[in-house]
Design a protein around this ligand. Sequence first.
Ligand SMILES: Cc1cc2nc3c(=O)[nH]c(=O)nc-3n(C[C@H](O)[C@H](O)[C@H](O)COP(=O)(O)O)c2cc1C
Length: 162
Amino acid sequence: MSYSIVYSSRTGNTANLAQTIREALPAEDCIYFGEPDPKALEAETIYLGFWTDKGSCDEASAEFLKSLTGQRLFLFGTAGFGGAPAYFEQILDRVKSKMGSGVTVVGSYMCQGRMPMSVRERYMQMEESPRRTAMLKNFDAALNHPDAEDLTRLKAALLPNG
Ligand SMILES: Cc1cc2nc3c(=O)[nH]c(=O)nc-3n(C[C@H](O)[C@H](O)[C@H](O)COP(=O)(O)O)c2cc1C
């Protein structure tokens, strides 16, 4: 079955997931790999990767989602905040609400992704509070992600034949 891998990534985390998917699926069935582009729409299955921006997918992914017309969709993404599966579910629900009609979601996967050091510096400027402590803890936990285990779990979540 033909497929495309489309992704948006500012700092490389989601690109890492996209590359892992590329290596796991049969190369001969791949018709497009790269940033959102109408060329990707010709595939039967689209693997769409996003980075989390304000609790939903980034703008480029949202635009691309709107252009889908009836493909099978596998969503994957990274978010700075991890730890609670319910948080990922909430993001995925928001992302799904942006897609074109007739699209069938055939799977999804999310994991935590490291954030730029400037974010930590911003937290450090904040007055001490339990919230600040929790945010710093989350930031430091995110530094290792996506890790090898995240990528193994992603591969396990994929469809066998694209
Ligand atoms: C402007 C901006 C907004 C963000 N908003 C969120 C957010 O609402 N929730 C979250 O969990 N992570 C948020 N993040 C963190 C990124 O989603 C996370 O680091 C992601 O792994 C980046 O993926 P990329 O390396 O593929 O660009 C934000 C990052 C930036 C730069």
